[in-house]
Each structure stands twice: as C-alpha cells, then as structure tokens.
Design a protein around this ligand. Structure first.
Ligand code: NAD
Length: 313
C-alpha cells in the first residue's frame, strides 16, 4: 500500500511514518513544518520507500495513494493559538482538500480528531456518543471547533460521496519527539524537571488527565485504519487518570530533580477532568494501552535529556 501521512514530520506523524515503513508500506510524508521538523524524519529519508514533501494542506494536492492518515494540524495550545485563523483553516480547508483527494483516488482516509471535541465535559468518562460541552467563542475554539467541523466533513463526505472514512478521537498522548517548546504538560514538566526549574501548575493541580504513550497510540491508529467493522469516531487514549500534581511529582522523582512545584492561576477553558472510555476501541480494535505512565515518562525524559544535551545524573 502507498500511504500519505499529513503532518508526518510532527510528533505522532513521525512515529506513524516509521511504523508504516516497518510494516512494508510506501510512505509519503507531507508537512509544512509549522510545528513539526525535518529532524523528526531525517533518519527515514534514505529509505527508498519514503518520500518527504513540503506542502500546506490548506492548498489542494494530487497524489496517487491508497491510504490517507490525516494528522496535519498543530496540537498544542501554544502552537494552535499562535495563529488561530490559520489553525481553523488547516482543520477545515485541510480536511476538505484531503477528502477531495480521497474521493479522486478512492483512498481510505483516517482523521485524527481529538478529545477536545468534548470540551469541558459534563460526562465522565467520555463515551463517543457524548456531544460535548465546547465554548464556541473561546481561545481554544479554533482547535476544538476546527476538529468538530473536520469530523462533520468526514461524515458528510462519507454519507454524500461514499468515502471510506475512519475517525479517531485522540486523548493526551506523550512520548519521545514531543517538541521542547510544545507547551503541553508532559513536555513542560519533563523539561523543567531536567533543567532543575520550577514545575508550574495552573489551577489547584487536582484537574485530571489520562496520558497515552505514543507507541500504544500509533498501534491503535494502524488497527483503526486496517479494520472494516467501524468508521468511528472511536476514542483512543489511556483511561488511567492522574492529577496534574501526581504527574509533577512523578516527573521530579524520575528525573531525580531538585525542582519545586509552583501554583499559578487556572487557564481559561482548561477542562477539569478528561478521561476516555475506550470500551469501543477494545471491542472493535482489540486494543488497549500497555505502557504504564512510569515507563513512558522515563522514555520521554531520556528523549528530552538528549535534546537538551543534559547528561544523566
Ligand atoms: N498529541 C496529542 O496528544 C493529540 C491529542 C489529540 C489529537 N491529536 C491530533 O493528532 C495530530 C498530530 O498531533 P501531534 O501531537 O503529532 O502534533 P504536532 O504539532 O507535532 O504535529 C502536527 C504536524 O502537522 C503539521 N502541520 C500543521 N499545520 C499544517 C498544514 N497547514 N499543512 C501541513 N502540515 C501542517 C505540523 O508541522 C506538524 O508536523 C493532530 O491532528 C492533532 O490534532 C494529538
């Protein structure tokens, strides 16, 4: 199979390209390098089955492919709020362009949607049938509403044009190749702990998140694409819930750091709880996460240590 991975030079995309090549596929990696970087896929460039294209998904492109993994979209608030209009354009126009491509070449297309479509949820844990509680005019709406429209487009192209679609809703994922300046909590805590700087908690630290390790996530994306049973949306994430305080303590302990935790004012529209119900993924994909937080966090710290050029204590 020839697979297109949009956003392929990003955190998840680069791991996905690696996995698809390992599975014996040809891979076209397409990226505008907004939040991704060449470095993430540099080691794949010599592989004759790999091709890297600099392209912005807001513009149409014609390629001959069998599968489209549509990931292109900045995922961290720091990145997606940098140019919110561009973020929503990427989600909406990018998804239209990729669906147009899927239609022309009759490719199956998978969208990486997000748990952010649930907003600040009133239902715990969130099942796929929950419609969400999103602020449509807040500073996160460019991302949240962008993904909601992207899901809508996927469903409408499916109903109207019979496009073969798959939708996954990804919950917080972490691991090696997250950008140092990514601004999400795992990278912030790892980098601060390694540098011996304060770990900043916004709000009281009792807000919970559930963290999935990147290898588990990539396995789920591949399984979702390869199965015939369900088009989604399907939640993919790790249902083990941790408070932000617990995460901070673990990062400090594993890094054997002298860093301290400091409390800052809560951020607007920051969800209080976020935990996936993954029963559907278990049933349809035969999948569940296998990497414990302590193992994944250690691997992430090793990555950030390399990136920062810090020797292990
Ligand atoms: N990592 C997570 O926890 C998480 C959670 C939910 C959803 N997701 C989704 O997974 C996908 C990948 O996220 P990630 O964590 O790897 O983020 P990332 O920022 O590392 O990757 C996104 C990639 O898309 C590229 N990109 C952005 N705009 C583009 C455009 N207009 N044209 C072409 N390329 C563009 C970026 O340069 C980057 O390489 C995104 O769609 C994101 O919404 C991720």
């Amino acid at each position: 199979m020839r697979a297109l991975v949009t956003g392929g030079a990003g955190f998840l995309g680069s791991h996905l390209c690696e996995r698809l090549l390992k599975d014996g596929h040809e891979v076209i990696c397409l990226d505008n390098f907004f939040s991704g970087k060449r470095q993430n896929v540099k080691h794949l460039v010599p592989n004759p089955n790999f091709e890297l294209i600099r392209h912005d998904v807001v513009e149409p492109i014609l390629l001959e492919v069998d599968r489209i993994f549509h990931l292109a979209c900045p995922a961290s608030p720091v990145h997606y709020q940098y140019n919110p209009v561009k973020t929503i354009k990427t989600s909406v126009m990018g998804t239209i362009n990729m669906l147009g491509l899927a239609k022309r070449v009759r490719a199956r297309i998978l969208l990486t949607s997000t748990s952010e479509v649930y907003g600040d949820p009133e239902q715990h844990p969130q099942t796929e049938s929950y419609w969400g509680h999103v602020n449509p005019i807040g500073v996160r709406s460019c991302y949240d509403e962008g993904k909601r429209v992207a899901e809508c487009l996927m469903m409408d192209y499916h109903r109207q044009n019979n496009i073969d679609i798959r939708i996954v809703r990804i919950f917080n994922t972490y691991g090696p190749r997250m950008a140092i300046n990514d601004g999400r909590v795992v990278s912030n805590f790892c980098v601060a702990a390694l540098r011996g700087e304060n770990l900043e908690i916004f709000g009281d630290g009792e807000q919970t998140r559930a963290f999935a390790y990147v290898d588990d996530m990539i396995d789920a994306l591949v399984r979702m694409m390869n199965q015939e049973q369900h088009i989604g949306p399907i939640n993919i994430g790790n249902p083990d819930e941790f408070t932000i305080k617990e995460l901070a303590k673990l990062a400090i302990d594993l890094a054997r750091s002298s860093s301290k935790v400091v409390i800052k004012p809560a951020r607007p529209d920051d969800p209080v709880r976020r935990r996936p119900n993954i029963e559907l993924a278990k049933k349809v994909l035969g999948w569940q996460p296998t990497t414990p937080l302590i193992v994944g966090l250690q691997k992430s710290l090793d990555h950030f240590r390399d990136e920062l050029g810090i020797k292990e204590a």
